[in-house]
Design a binder for this molecule. Structure first.
Ligand SMILES: C=CC1=C(C)c2cc3[nH]c(cc4nc(cc5[nH]c(cc1n2)c(C)c5CCC(=O)O)C(CCC(=O)O)=C4C)c(C)c3C=C
Ligand SMILES: [Fe+2]
Ligand SMILES: [Fe+2]
Length: 340
């Protein structure tokens, strides 16, 4: 990259409802779940499922869940994304904006703001705040940003930062963020990743014959891994564990947030949290590396719901390791990537 290129930066996250009111949560869930990369059924079936079945039943429950984590400044995910924007802005000369895949602020708002601040802008570097490639997270955020960029014929080039699940700076930041928690007594570290349907993994297999078909597929080299969420989560776990010198029996991986009845990636976090105390694991550390910003799924589903499951099953201590949020090593890594 030419150092004189006039650039802006957009940090892209998932987004949250505008408020915890059921009507705003409904609007958000409708937009989110009608995304064909999230619920991948044909349009009419998706419409029936989302508008007729999932949202009417889920909205009030979700709104209540959001109320338990909402802050004076708003949704944790949005507030933390803004704090990350401010922290990165202190490290780089280029203007930094945030954009959400669903809800506000949109990529258009972010692009318009950059253009206003820098009318001769030549390039926008978009950083998906997802370390791993999934059709329902990284891919949809990137494709949406590209669509908005093309539709409004912005005069700048759009560059996307690739998934960084195995990037040294990301792994190092994650490992360092865990170190203070490893000082306490613990039996096990659970790496809990947001789940996806197994079907999505099969669909994303660019070879058509590797993922979930070859024995121990995620540990057997394949070009399919460029888009395999399961492989990428496995690698993050292995690399962090190696970096920290965690023995093999001291950590494991699981997948959370299952929605619907189809098979999602296993093992399910909720199931493992109920089983672990019976296996003699009474003191647990849990982290959620698929998210770089704490959100409903870490603060409510795991830190509250997951803790309850574990303690009721006989656990003695449950410690949640926060996401990277505005960790200085993470901010430094982002600054390095966008300036490369
Ligand atoms: C790793 C990132 C994510 C993947 C992959 C992902 C897949 C995925 N999610 C749903 C359904 C829901 N997810 C919800 C919340 C939510 N999901 C992510 C990230 C990923 N999702 C985040 C960061 C959040 C939190 C947003 C916030 O405001 O804090 C929700 C909404 C909340 C709820 O009702 O539980 C739903 C619904 C599916 C179906 C899916 C893959 C197919
Ligand atoms: Fe999700
Ligand atoms: Fe795999």
């Amino acid at each position: 990259m030419n150092a004189t290129t006039k650039r802006g930066i957009v940090l892209m996250n998932l987004g949250s409802p505008d408020s915890t009111e059921v009507k705003d949560v409904k609007k958000y869930l409708n937009e989110f779940l009608m995304d064909e990369r999230v619920i991948d059924s044909p349009y009419l079936l998706r419409l029936l499922l989302v508008r007729g079945m999932i949202v009417p039943f889920r909205a009030a429950k979700s709104a209540h869940a959001y109320q338990t984590v909402w802050t004076k400044e708003g949704s944790p995910l949005i507030v933390i994304s803004k704090h990350l924007q401010e922290a990165l802005q202190e490290q780089v000369d280029e203007p930094v904006e945030i954009a959400m895949r669903y809800g506000n602020p949109s990529p258009k708002t972010a692009f318009d703001s950059l253009l206003k601040q820098m009318p001769d802008i030549e390039e926008v570097v978009a950083v998906p705040l997802y370390p791993h490639y999934a059709m329902s997270s990284y891919e949809t955020a990137v494709e949406y940003a590209k669509e908005v960029h093309a539709k409004h014929k912005y005069p700048f080039k759009l560059t996307i930062i690739p998934p960084y699940y195995n990037n040294e700076d990301y792994i190092n930041a994650l490992a360092e963020s865990m170190k203070p928690f490893l000082q306490q007594e613990y039996d096990h570290v659970l790496f809990s990743y947001h789940g996806v349907p197994e079907r999505h993994i099969l669909k994303g297999d660019i070879t058509g014959q590797h993922c979930l078909k070859v024995a121990d597929c995620c540990n057997v080299d394949s070009p399919a891994h460029t888009q395999c969420y399961r492989h990428q989560c496995t690698r993050t776990t292995q690399l962090v564990a190696e970096k920290l010198g965690l023995p093999k029996d001291k950590f494991s991986l699981s997948f959370q947030s299952r929605l619907g009845r189809s098979e999602w990636l296993k093992p399910y976090t909720a199931v493992r949290l109920a089983e672990l105390p019976k296996e003699g694991i009474k003191k647990i550390l849990v982290l959620c590396p698929a998210f770089v910003s704490d959100c409903l799924e870490t603060l409510e589903e795991i830190a509250m719901g997951g803790k309850e499951i574990f303690m009721e099953a006989g656990g003695e201590s449950f410690t949640m390791i926060p996401c990277l949020n505005v960790n200085p090593l993470w901010v430094k890594a982002l600054a390095k990537w966008v300036e490369a």
